[in-house]
Design a protein around this ligand. Structure first.
Ligand SMILES: NC(=O)c1ccc[n+]([C@@H]2O[C@H](COP(=O)([O-])OP(=O)(O)OC[C@H]3O[C@@H](n4cnc5c(N)ncnc54)[C@H](OP(=O)(O)O)[C@@H]3O)[C@@H](O)[C@H]2O)c1
Length: 318
């Protein structure tokens, strides 16, 4: 492959969202810093998240306000010299990424060379059953579009398994999905609580290593853990007393999940992903951590995320 210079101007879509905010934060904290980081967001978000954005602007972020569905506005943002685009758009707008990618592909001058579609989660091509999983359909369609239609742009799909912060909580109204209630000192574990789950995140490392990341599906993990190990960490960080524990068989979760889909309940995605994780579909013999230079000391640990979940819950109680 011809040499590919690391990107110098990165544009983020969805960078104030649940996952996007972690990505924006990581891009702005990167050392050495990226020369330019810009974020494209709606006027409405710019108003409602003004404090967050002005904090980031003081650390060098450029904010571009516009409508993500407006070709001229998006291409004007690309034309500011953007060479890499990181999309963290939410699930309900995933298909719109095909336009964002097409507009980059057609861009005059072609400054955009690299696109990260919004993934950052479950491996949508883990095995034969992945193709039929309902939450995967829009992400699969984006991958198909890229395979069939994209010729110039390079792409990277970042598969992280659950973000720890998303995995630890109980899903409101669906306790069968499993999780941990710090205030109530209560855990709901899938099956016997010994099924391993891989948890992680990491965009900066991929951007720093084009040679390992271009046109790849990268599997990145911070740690692999069982729900029982998470429980033990929570008990340690909340005074050592045992928590109340409930076990939910995967079949019970499957039944709840089916009903939610049948009812058209938008919350159904969460329990389905918990079931997929509980089935072991985040486990690999080898990850791509090393290929993009992620070492143990760069990665968050179970202890880190449990400690911050406990601190957050104590903060919320005050
Ligand atoms: N691994 C995990 O545990 C995990 C957990 C959650 C999500 N994810 C994945 O991470 C990615 C981002 O998900 P998220 O939950 O962070 O997304 P989100 O917070 O729901 O939305 C992210 C951003 O998308 C834009 N957006 C959302 N709805 C829109 C609409 N109707 N029209 C225009 N823009 C819209 C908004 O950007 P602006 O407001 O800036 O315009 C919003 O801040 C997805 O691929 C998701 O599957 C992974």
């Amino acid at each position: 492959m011809a040499s590919f210079d690391p990107p110098s101007k990165i544009l983020i879509f969805g960078g104030t969202g649940k996952i996007g905010a972690y990505i924006t934060e990581a891009l702005l904290s990167a050392s050495p810093p990226f020369p330019h980081v810009a974020l494209f967001t709606s006027e409405e978000t710019a108003r409602s998240k003004a404090a967050l954005l002005s904090g980031w602007e003081s650390r060098g972020l450029s904010v571009i306000k516009g409508d993500v569905t407006d070709k001229a506005q998006v291409q004007a943002a690309y034309a500011t010299g953007v060479d890499a685009v990181v999309s963290a758009l939410g699930r309900n707008v995933l298909l719109h990424q095909t336009d964002l990618i097409r507009w980059a592909e057609e861009q005059e001058g072609g400054s955009v060379r690299w696109f990260f579609p919004s993934e950052y989660g479950t491996d949508i091509e883990y095995g034969p059953s992945s193709a039929g999983e309902r939450p995967h359909q829009n992400k699969l369609a984006v991958r198909r579009f890229i395979k069939d239609e994209v010729r110039r742009l390079k792409n990277t799909f970042l598969v992280t398994g659950p973000y720890a912060e998303m995995y630890l909580n109980l899903i409101p109204g669906v306790p069968e999905g499993g999780g941990f209630d710090v205030k109530g000192k209560k855990a709901v574990l899938l099956e016997d609580g010994n099924g391993k789950v891989g948890v992680g995140k990491g965009v900066v490392a991929a951007l720093r290593h084009p040679e390992a990341a271009l046109d790849k599906v990268l599997k990145i993990q911070s740690f692999v853990v069982t729900p029982r190990e998470i429980l033990a960490a929570f008990e340690k960080h909340t005074g050592g007393e045992p928590w109340a524990v409930e076990y939910v068989p995967l079949d019970k979760l499957r039944a709840v999940e089916e009903q939610l889909w049948k009812d058209g309940n938008p919350i159904a995605t969460g329990p389905t992903l918990r079931r997929i994780w509980g089935e072991g579909s985040t486990l690999y013999e080898k990850t791509d951590n090393e290929a993009i230079g992620l070492r143990g000391e760069d990665l968050e640990s179970l202890d880190d995320v449990v400690r911050s979940a406990v601190e957050e819950s104590r903060g919320a109680r005050q």
